[in-house]
Design a protein around this ligand. Structure first.
Ligand code: NAD
Length: 497
């Protein structure tokens, strides 16, 4: 069986810990590979490689860094199909969806190609007589990135291209469930000319993560994953003196007002709830149906849901693939069964779904729950599967109060033709990313991505301008070229004149 190893110091490194995890093909349910789990010593070796590389890379010219990034952009572009196939093989999502995630990752490499524009700094001349002040942004050092299973290529690409463009070196710990795409991205970076040690990949579990969070050689940690682990990462890395951005889970609401185009709203709800089998942090998991919209909307969603083609991600006719693991499939199914027991109306029950010829795959069909209330587990927890809950409310005010009472605040959307209501929602909703007639408002690469409340711990959103600030630290230089008149003894606090 193939073993997925590490990438340290610009080359593949075999794991020595004798600890491994299974990597499944979710469509067949069979174990396809095993992944080496790094020991503390192996993580330390990656941090040392990154630290050594930082000595040169941290002071390398912008011309040199961008030359590598432009080549990297071309290589990732040329390998879209291969990367998407790796994603589908281990994650299960359909090929077109996997291509979409590579495209969104490329956006961040493109942003990184323009890094000279973003690191220009600021200059104030003559702030005092013969005194100038310059503000610089410099790299922080060695950055660690820890990523989730649901975007095997895109989330790593949210992090390391920008971090290395800013002059940092990087240690990536991808999800152990889907390790191959990240490793391939590291190989391509080396092919593009990224010097050895600038980007390292250690595979593994909590042992590797906790070593990165406490390692004195790590300056900053970017994390994307579930809320409980984001909280742990933020607290532990923060306690060890690192800057941290830790993006967590979500429960994203889509408020549908009575004046909305219900066909467009139904299409949007289907795409955002069931795309990638609901395994997206920006998936819509709750439709908040205002007034009379619930019945016609549920009818339209049901009609569309019944026509969805669920099958292996590599089959071009499939629109939705399997879930990541059998355990996760069973957990998702338990929410559908639990919702029925707690009083919801199960309009669609996908829990018995299988695919002919792939009976051991991690299949589940789509589920739609009506009459869901905030006390139910299906409402309270992030299910992370193709289960859409409909909550009925009487008014906009009741809807926004419901959304804002959620502990999460990643994305939120409103569907309406009323500009005034949309504007009010943008200002009132407690979420980091808002869609107006857009169900998955993931910002483009040159804006920043991030949630509020339990969806993000730390001060910075990821990528875009906030990502650049996260991966750099400020320095302000005050300069005077003295004139003899500037001499003399004066113990007072310097004043500008
Ligand atoms: P996860 O939290 O289980 O794992 C994320 C990373 O943390 C992995 O690399 C994993 O190895 C590591 N990890 C897991 N348990 C750990 C522990 N006890 N100690 C230390 N490290 C640990 O998340 P997942 O299941 O891989 O991904 C799905 C979750 O990620 C969902 O909650 C989803 O909403 C969230 N997510 C959020 C965003 C966002 O931008 N906010 C984006 C994608 C996914």
């Amino acid at each position: 069986m193939q073993t997925v190893n590490h990438w340290i110091g610009g080359k593949p490194v075999e794991g020595t810990s004798e600890r491994f995890g299974p990597v499944y093909d979710p469509a067949t349910g069979a174990q396809a590979k095993r992944v080496a789990f790094a020991s503390v010593e192996e993580v330390d070796a990656a941090v040392v490689a990154a630290k050594v590389a930082f000595a040169d890379w941290g002071s390398s010219s912008l011309a040199k860094r961008t030359a590598v990034l432009f080549r990297y952009r071309e290589l990732v572009d040329a390998h879209r199909e291969e990367l998407a196939a790796l994603i589908t093989a281990e994650h299960g999502k359909v090929h077109s969806d996997a291509l979409g995630e590579v495209a969104r990752g490329l956006e961040i490499i493109e942003l990184a190609c323009g890094i000279p524009q973003h690191l220009k700094g600021e200059l104030s001349t003559q702030v005092s007589t013969r005194v100038d002040v310059a503000a610089l942004r410099q790299p922080v050092g060695v950055v660690a990135g820890i990523t989730p299973f649901n975007f095997p290529a895109m989330v790593p690409l949210w992090m390391f291209p920008l971090a290395v463009a800013c002059g940092n070196t990087f240690v990536l710990k991808p999800s152990e469930k889907v390790p191959s795409a990240a490793l391939r991205l590291a190989e391509l970076a080396a092919e593009a000319g990224l010097p050895e040690g600038v980007l390292n990949v250690v595979n593994g579990d909590k042992v590797a993560v906790d070593r990165l969070l406490t390692h004195p050689g790590i300056a900053a940690v970017s994390f994307v994953g579930s809320t409980p682990i984001a909280r742990h990462v933020h607290a532990t890395a923060g306690a060890h003196g690192k800057r941290v951005q830790a993006l967590g889970g979500a429960k994203n609401h889509m408020v549908v007002l009575p004046d909305a185009d219900l066909d467009l709203a139904a299409d949007a709800a289907i795409n955002a709830a069931y795309g990638s089998a609901g395994e997206r942090c920006m998936a819509i998991s709750v439709v908040v149906a205002v007034g009379e919209t619930a019945d016609p909307l549920i009818e339209k969603i049901t009609e569309r849901a019944n026509a969805l083609r669920i099958g292996p991600g590599a089959d071009p006719t499939s629109e939705m693939g399997p879930l990541i693991t059998r355990e996760h499939r069973d957990k998702v199914a338990s929410y559908v069964h639990g919702a029925a027991a707690q009083g919801a109306r199960v309009v669609l029950d996908g829990t018995g779904y299988t695919v002919d010829g792939y009976e051991d795959g991690h299949w589940i069909g789509v589920s739609l729950l009506d009459g869901v209330t905030p006390e139910m587990d299906a409402y309270r927890d992030e299910i992370f599967g193709p289960v859409l809950s409909v909550v009925r409310v009487d008014s906009y005010e009741e809807g926004i109060a419901l959304v804002n009472a959620s502990p999460w605040g990643n994305g939120s959307a409103i569907f309406t033709r009323d500009g005034g209501a949309a504007r009010r929602f943008q200002l009132e909703v407690e979420a980091g990313m808002v869609g107006v007639n857009v169900p998955i408002p993931v910002p483009v690469g040159y804006h920043s991505f991030g949630g509020w409340k339990d969806s993000l711990f730390g001060d910075h959103h990821i990528y875009g301008p906030e990502g650049i600030r996260f991966y750099t630290r400020g320095k302000v230089v005050t300069t005077r070229w003295p004139d003899p008149a500037d001499g003399g003894i004066n113990l007072g606090f310097p004043r500008n004149h």
